[in-house]
Design a protein around this ligand. Structure first.
Ligand code: LCV
Length: 266
């Protein structure tokens, strides 16, 4: 496909009763979370909010091998600038999901990579097919993940499991994720859509205001980690060393050149 050709929508959306569904629809780029794709998801969420949708299902097409390949690497800044700053589209999407006034359910099939893991972990419920996997990949690219993103991950699993995921950058299976309580349910692919719709309908039948306020309370309580300005500044200084490093540059170049990175530690 001609890279410059105008492309149709990158997501499909629909509303059935009080249930809104967003389908990631950019398979040729493995649903990489580009600014364009993220803008369409955020726009859909805003429309759903305007129409008092009571549950959102965020999914890819049935049978995908890759749910999302994570942050669009071609949009990462080349050194000298924080790659995951406040205004990065990925950060914006995570906040939009966390602040959406109704539950967002991630329906997963296929691989979830990098920043897409944070997007999924920011969702309120996660239901995955056995083929789904979760790979947290900053170390694979030499990226210094940001503080609120690490907190999203910390709220999704124990510190020891998170360390294994971030240090190895290897995919974690849906079976193990369910066993560890990282996801709510693992459901066979042929049954997952009906299963998710049933849970969504259960939620729709309850009081939306009560649910919305409990979701916001839990967001505030889960984010209530005291970090002094001094500590925050120290973390930002450490992160700058990483995104100014040769290794950050090498990670991105290696990805673009489709080769294994050779990290020097500088
Ligand atoms: C841009 C892509 C991408 C992509 N960006 O298909 O968490 S952090 O800190 O790491 C954060 C910064 C982050 O999220 O970084 C991204 C982390 N993601 C990954 O490391 C996964 C990178 N992608 C892959 O490993 C493979 O694409 C998977 C295994 C997901 C799928 O492999 P498959 O063989 O099915 P291709 O690799 O051939 O990808 C198809 C097209 O999508 C592009 C890729 O460059 C290719 O484009 P071309 O046909 O132009 O070569 N693509 C894939 N992922 N994250 N573009």
């Amino acid at each position: 496909m001609d890279a410059d050709a105008p492309r149709g929508p990158l997501v499909e959306t629909k509303i059935d009763g009080s249930i809104g569904t967003i389908v990631l629809d950019n398979q040729e780029r493995r649903n990489a979370l580009s600014k364009m794709l993220i803008d369409e998801i955020v726009k859909a969420l805003a429309q759903f909010e305007g129409q008092q949708v009571r549950v959102v299902i965020l999914r890819a097409h049935s049978g995908v091998k890759v749910w999302s390949a994570g942050h669009d690497v071609s949009e990462l800044p080349e050194g000298g600038r924080d790659p995951l700053g406040w205004d990065d589209p990925l950060r914006y999407l995570v906040r939009a999901i966390e602040e959406f006034p109704a539950p967002v359910i991630a329906l997963l099939e296929g691989g979830v990579w990098g920043g897409a893991c944070e997007v999924v972990f920011a969702c309120d419920l996660i239901i995955a097919s056995p083929a789904a996997t979760f790979a947290v990949t900053p170390a694979r690219l030499g990226v210094p993940y940001n503080v609120s993103g690490m907190l999203t991950f910390m709220n999704a699993c124990t510190l020891r499991i998170l360390k294994e995921m971030v240090f190895t950058a290897k995919p974690l299976s849906a079976e193990r994720a369910e066993r560890l309580g990282i996801i709510n349910h693992m459901v066979p692919a042929e049954k997952i859509e009906a299963f998710v719709l049933e849970i969504a309908q259960d939620i729709v039948e309850n009081a939306p205001l009560s649910i919305s306020v409990m979701k916001e309370q839990l967001r505030m309580l889960a984010g209530a980690h005291p970090m002094s300005p001094r500590r925050f500044e120290r973390v930002q200084g450490l992160r700058r060393i990483v995104y100014d490093s040769d290794d950050y540059e090498e990670g991105i170049q290696a990805f673009k050149q489709k080769r294994k990175p050779r990290f020097s530690g500088h």
